[in-house]
Design a protein around this ligand. Structure first.
Ligand SMILES: [Zn+2]
Length: 401
């Protein structure tokens, strides 16, 4: 209903602004076609929509609707649309479902979207929100969050479908003041529209349709990560109070081998030039949430003061010529961020060799909840998706909603 109202508002406003005939312009299809009066999609009575932020606070974006490409910039709270022939101003723009519906920052249109797309401007910045049925949203999440697995690991695709669906349900309404539920990237779950969906990923979503993981009747916080390296983490790594179903547990088979040991991140190494590291740490201190030290020139030592389960660092001290810096929990990964890449995990040891600091670690991700590489190998070993989910989220149950 809200969608319909905003569409009607848009149509009035756009018509008022038009000075030239519309024919031959991309907007003619948008305004005179059914686009403006699109009905919300209700594929079935159980449909539950989610609002996904494809872009937030960008200066410009390109939209593809059918064959029409529209560039969108803005001035204050108004969008400036340009289809190459005509320019128009409007406070918002809604596009109805179309098999070629896409939004892109670079005109490449690699990702196609189901559902509808709503574009708004606020104080010189543009947001693009895709409203889509959660079951369709998952088609753009599952292939990117666990990879395109073959049939012998099919149960792991079902594990990912249920975990991603549960995560999505939990996020519904959580950012109402921002106008969407989830980001389309690693801040929530990677979502790239339908382009990457395969027969197998779609089958996994269908076979688990509307199933989520619940604890005490509520959807759980279904966190997951790539590689736990043999032991999952508790919420303490984020300085949060514990949740029973997210208690840390071993992820090892009957031979004592980590299920995720096939991961290329089972072991990793990062090297840092000792002369450059002070500047890097200064640049990262805000992201790593550490107290700003006085300007320092030298790092004298880096010491792991304490650890959580799975050898994840609880306290890391960096002794400098001007005092020490203390980083805590998973945030230590941000302290060593280089070229936009944080450390794979917070489980590492540190040594100095010549002109370099060498960090040797294990695992990839925060370590909380389901271990995706472990789930893949458990699936291959014959465990069902329910067994796998109820192992990582112990005490929780898979239920249909
Ligand atoms: Zn694992």
């Amino acid at each position: 209903m809200a969608f319909l109202k905003s569409s009607l508002r848009l149509s009035k406003c756009l018509f008022k602004n038009f000075k030239a005939p519309l024919s031959g312009s991309a907007f003619s299809a948008l305004l005179l076609g059914s686009a403006i009066f699109a009905e919300p999609i209700l594929a079935n009575s159980a449909a539950q929509n989610i609002k996904v932020a494809l872009f937030t606070d960008v200066k410009s974006v390109y939209l593809l609707h059918g064959k029409d490409t529209i560039s969108v910039t803005c001035n204050g709270d108004r969008l400036l649309l340009n289809d190459g022939k005509k320019k128009h101003k409007t406070p918002s723009l809604s596009l109805k479902p179309n098999k070629n519906l896409s939004a892109s920052a670079n005109k490449k249109f690699a990702n196609r979207y189901q559902g509808d797309i709503h574009v708004t401007a606020k104080q010189g910045k543009i947001s693009v929100i895709n409203t889509v049925d959660i079951e369709d949203y998952l088609r753009g999440v599952v292939p990117y969050e666990i990879g395109k697995l073959d049939a012998d690991r099919f149960e792991a695709l079902k594990v990912q479908a249920v975990a991603a669906r549960t995560y999505a349900y939990k996020q519904l309404g959580s950012r109402a003041n921002m106008g969407f539920d989830v980001y389309a990237d690693t801040r929530d779950q990677v979502y790239n529209g339908t382009t990457g969906a395969t027969e197998l990923t779609d089958k996994a979503i269908k076979e688990t349709a509307h199933e989520i993981v619940v604890f005490n009747g509520e959807p759980i916080e279904a966190y997951y990560h790539s590689t736990c390296a043999g032991h999952t983490a508790s919420l303490a790594v984020w300085n949060r109070n514990p949740l029973a179903y997210l208690s840390p547990i071993p992820d090892i088979d009957e031979n004592g081998k980590a299920y995720c040991s096939v991961s290329s991140y089972m072991q990793w190494e990062r090297k840092f030039d000792a002369k450059k590291l002070p500047k890097l740490i200064e640049a990262n201190q805000k992201a790593a949430n550490v107290k700003k030290p006085k300007q320092f020139n030298k790092i004298l030592n880096i010491v792991v003061e304490g650890t959580f389960d799975g050898d994840r660092i609880s306290v890391l001290s960096i002794l400098t010529d001007k005092g020490s810096i203390t980083a805590r929990g998973d945030k230590v990964r941000w302290l060593f961020s280089e070229g936009g890449k944080i450390l794979p995990s917070a489980s590492f040891t540190v040594k100095r060799k010549g002109g370099e600091w060498i960090l040797t670690g294990k695992g990839f991700g925060h370590g909380i909840g389901m271990c995706q590489m472990g789930a893949r190998e458990r699936a291959k070993a014959g465990q069902s998706y329910k067994e796998i989910l109820e192992h990582y989220y112990h005490g929780a149950k898979v239920e249909k909603r």
